[in-house]
Design a protein around this ligand. Structure first.
Ligand SMILES: NC(=O)c1ccc[n+]([C@@H]2O[C@H](COP(=O)([O-])OP(=O)(O)OC[C@H]3O[C@@H](n4cnc5c(N)ncnc54)[C@H](O)[C@@H]3O)[C@@H](O)[C@H]2O)c1
Length: 366
């Protein structure tokens, strides 16, 4: 049976400090009429427990908190399951800390920060699910210390991010966003918007994991040369198939017309793209980043743009999200988007469905 929570108004509860009777309880989405009056001991026992997740002895009450927006079909899986769940996509950090104690599992996307405090307040937390790839919004050390597995959906967003990256490359090279804004301003500025093609240019990626590889494949289809750097060996088969020039990080910056980044945010990758790297780039080259904002040093990127060290940048991710200042977005030669590379119906459905299945599997039967 699903987890139970009491539904009552405070007035019902006051009768010498104890409720006279508990007559309504919520079980999952249903409200059951119960009658346990004339049983003061049982009432005392129930009142002593927290409001959330009161369980009837002998029955299981596995509760899942969904703290970010996941797709309707993913929620539907929870609705039709025997788990009790709450969907609170706008829960604040403070609210999360105060309520997490009543849940066995937490499902998030990128919005919710699962801090050390959240994890230590989650006394009965057994698993954390992340619909998406990056787990940098989760304190992995704290989760590890409590033996709480963090399960993500590494494949669900790959194609969405890869196609979006190609879109950014074409947008920045062909000045499409600027041309569109100009038309919306009822102008016909044909001369202002000539661009360059991808064919025959060099695509360089720092990190050639799932997304980097997919972008490399798509870039190859556009007739580009591929250079790549990774900290792990790039499979021989892939090198052959895409005719990859395996390079140092510095070479990727200096050889490429599009320097693209597809690494996770780690202490090693933070500030990876900085002024000294921009100085290695061709003046005609673009920086593309859909990985994590902190991988690029924004202050130094602004300096490089001001000094025309590089031709421009296309960014889906920022050091602070939302950014404190929108300085980068104001540059004509910057295409900026609000962390939407993975936001397709297909990818979000896949990520939501997968994370719910992973979490339910990890919890075991309710
Ligand atoms: N913008 C979005 O909406 C969005 C969506 C999904 C993922 N992402 C980001 O994209 C990143 C990459 O995703 P993925 O699925 O390709 O991950 P992945 O793990 O398959 O690939 C990452 C690659 O980076 C390499 N790498 C790690 N550190 C490196 C370093 N210092 N130098 C060079 N290479 C290094 C790894 O060896 C690996 O091959 C994620 O970590 C996430 O931060 C963004």
């Amino acid at each position: 049976m699903k987890g139970l929570s009491l539904l009552s108004t405070p007035s019902m509860w006051l009768d010498g400090g104890l409720p006279k009777k508990i007559s309504r309880m919520k079980i999952g989405q249903r409200v059951l009429e119960l009658s346990i009056d004339n049983n003061p001991e049982r009432i005392k026992e129930l009142v002593a427990q927290p409001m959330e997740g009161i369980a009837v002895p002998g029955e299981k009450a596995l509760r899942i908190l969904v703290a970010d927006r996941i797709t309707e079909n993913a929620l539907q899986q929870l609705k039709s399951s025997d788990y009790d769940y709450e969907f609170q996509p706008e829960i604040t950090a403070k609210e999360l800390i105060s309520s997490i104690g009543g849940f066995d599992a937490l499902i998030v996307r990128g919005r919710t920060k699962v801090t050390k405090e959240v994890i230590s307040a989650g006394g009965r937390l057994k698993v954390i699910g992340r619909a998406g790839v990056g787990v940098d919004n989760i304190d992995m050390e704290a989760a590890k210390a409590r033996n709480i597995p963090v399960l993500n959906t590494p494949n669900a967003l790959t194609n969405a991010v890869a196609e979006f990256t190609l879109g950014l490359m074409i947008d920045i090279a062909r000045k499409i966003p600027g041309a569109d804004a100009s038309m919306k301003g009822q102008k016909w500025e044909k001369e202002k918007f000539s661009g360059s093609e991808l064919k025959g240019k060099t695509y360089g990626t720092i990190g050639i994991g799932k997304i980097g590889q997919r972008v490399a494949e798509l870039s190859r289809a556009f007739g580009m040369r591929i250079v790549a750097n990774d900290v792990i060996p790039i499979p021989e088969e892939l090198i052959k198939k895409l005719e990859i020039r395996v390079s140092t990080q510095e070479e990727v910056f200096s050889l490429s017309d599009f320097v693209d980044i597809h690494v996770p945010l780690t202490p090693e990758t933070a500030n990876l793209a900085n002024y000294s790297k921009f100085k290695l780039m061709k003046k005609t080259a673009y920086l593309i980043n859909t990985s994590r904002g902190k991988v690029v040093n924004e202050k130094e990127l602004i300096r490089a743009l001001d000094e025309q060290v590089i031709a421009g940048a296309a960014l889906d991710v920022f050091e602070m999200e939302p950014p404190i200042s929108f300085d980068l977005a104001r540059y004509d030669n910057v295409v900026a988007t609000p962390h939407i590379a993975g936001q397709t119906t297909e990818a979000q459905n896949a990520a939501g469905m997968e994370v719910v299945q992973l979490v339910m599997k990890a919890l075991g039967s309710p």
